[in-house]
Design a protein around this ligand. Structure first.
Ligand SMILES: Cc1cc2nc3c(=O)[nH]c(=O)nc-3n(C[C@H](O)[C@H](O)[C@H](O)COP(=O)(O)O)c2cc1C
Length: 157
């Protein structure tokens, strides 16, 4: 497994899609928060999904999820997938991308890199434990984030 990147730009500037589910039913959404690192001696990807997202339902019921990165020409599509919910648009058939079904999850053909992740951990981020300026900016009147840590079991390029 090999993946060279500037991790700060990879999420914050390029954005990514987090996708969970299977051929029958899946959902995807844009994220710009996330990380890559190591825990429990495993290579992991961490993402943060607000509890109100439709994708959150799929993250909770799936054993695997994918984090996928795209060439810049797809940023407009990522903008749409990050502005509209799968509850109000058909993200399975009309995302603007071509679903690619893996044995354990879903990504899209247009991805330049997909991290296939086995869900290891989920925990609610308690705003009480965050400095008050960040709490005020991100959580006043808004749903909390759940943090998901996934073991990167495959890098698909
Ligand atoms: C650039 C960008 C980054 C985003 N990052 C996150 C994120 O890290 N976590 C999150 O919960 N929502 C994030 N969102 C918002 C979701 O992508 C958005 O609410 C989306 O419509 C949820 O879709 P769903 O309801 O189909 O899951 C981001 C949106 C954009 C445009």
């Amino acid at each position: 497994m090999d993946f060279q990147t500037n991790i700060f730009q990879q999420f914050g500037e390029k954005w990514a899609l987090v996708t969970a589910g299977d051929k029958e039913d899946f959902n995807t959404m844009t994220v710009s928060w996330g990380g890559l690192g190591t825990i429990w001696n495993k290579p992991v990807a961490t993402v943060y999904v607000r509890t109100v997202r439709y994708t959150h339902e799929f993250m909770d019921k799936s054993e695997y999820f994918t984090v996928s990165f795209y060439p810049s020409e797809y940023k407009k599509i990522l903008g749409v997938l990050g502005a509209r919910s799968g509850r109000e648009m058909d993200k399975k058939n009309n995302s603007g991308l071509t679903p690619r079904f893996l044995a354990d999850s879903v990504t899209f053909e247009e991805a330049e890199v997909t991290l296939l992740c086995r869900k290891l951990f989920r925990q609610r981020i308690d705003p009480e434990n965050i400095p008050s300026d960040i709490q005020a900016t991100f959580y006043e009147g808004d749903a909390p984030h759940d943090m998901y840590i996934g073991e990167v079991v495959e890098i698909i390029q």
